[in-house]
Design a protein around this ligand. Structure first.
Ligand SMILES: O=P(O)(O)OC[C@H]1O[C@H](OP(=O)(O)OP(=O)(O)O)[C@H](O)[C@@H]1O
Ligand SMILES: O=c1cc[nH]c(=O)[nH]1
Ligand SMILES: [Mg+2]
Length: 214
């Protein structure tokens, strides 16, 4: 498991801005920070890819440089993931993309259920998947997204990327995902509250990025 906040870096400043109740009112900054952390995580995940040396010609001579072997499929769990996903796409600019619509039904007091909707994806068979969702709270949105992905093929590997995670969500993934995956996180927070929001967290990422939904 990789956690960005384990290392002092500018990523912590972006996380701080996203959590701050005053700064997060600026929706454009909030979306840009989702995207910036996506970019930083893309760079970290890129260290696990395979590369081959390729001959190139500069204006002065020929030389060789590394190029990635193959491209990942980046899958965005909408809505809140869209700017985060875009950060990955900024770096893996020739990647394939998939989209899953998932939202938490919070109307039941006791338990969160997930409503899955839109699903559009290329084949995942044998592919490296980056599944991007900024919030890992109960873990149900990610587990249901992974079940959807696995019902369409067997990926080579799944990288799960989230910005803020609750320990309960990390545990839920451990108990409910049997295929091999790596977890890339911005920070691990303290707990979920009684409405299954992450504490200290940042609030509702989708609403902060795009405004409240009906
Ligand atoms: O781990 P979980 O308990 O499943 O919670 C995490 C989910 O909650 C948020 O989505 P939300 O349902 O708020 O939809 P939105 O992105 O459209 O706001 C977030 O984007 C995750 O997908
Ligand atoms: O704290 C949380 C939990 C789920 N979804 C969010 O956007 N925030
Ligand atoms: Mg939301």
């Amino acid at each position: 498991m990789f956690v960005l906040s384990d290392t002092p870096s500018i990523a912590n400043h972006f996380l701080r801005e996203m959590r701050d109740i005053h700064i997060q009112k600026d929706r454009m900054r909030f979306r840009r920070n989702l995207e910036r952390i996506g970019e930083i995580m893309a760079y970290e995940i890129s260290k696990s890819f395979d590369y081959a040396s390729e001959e190139i010609e500069t204006p002065l001579t020929s030389t060789s440089a590394l190029a990635p072997i193959g491209q990942p499929v980046i899958i965005s769990v909408m809505r809140a993931s869209l700017p985060f996903y875009n950060g990955f796409l900024n770096y893996f600019d020739q990647a394939d993309s998939g989209f899953i619509g998932a939202f938490r039904d919070e109307s039941q007091e006791e338990e969160i259920t997930i409503q899955l909707g839109y699903h559009a994806s290329p084949s995942v068979e044998g592919r490296v998947i980056i599944l991007a969702d900024p919030m890992l709270a109960t873990g149900k949105s990610l587990v249901e997204s992974i079940q959807t992905i696995l019902s369409h093929g067997k990926p080579k590997h799944i990288h799960i990327a989230a910005i803020i995670a609750a320990p309960e969500g990390i545990q839920y993934l451990k108990e409910n995902v049997s295929s091999s995956y790596s977890l890339w996180l911005g920070a691990i927070d303290e707990k979920l509250n009684h409405q299954s929001y992450i504490v200290p967290g940042l609030g509702d990422a989708g609403d902060l990025a795009f405004g409240p939904k009906l």
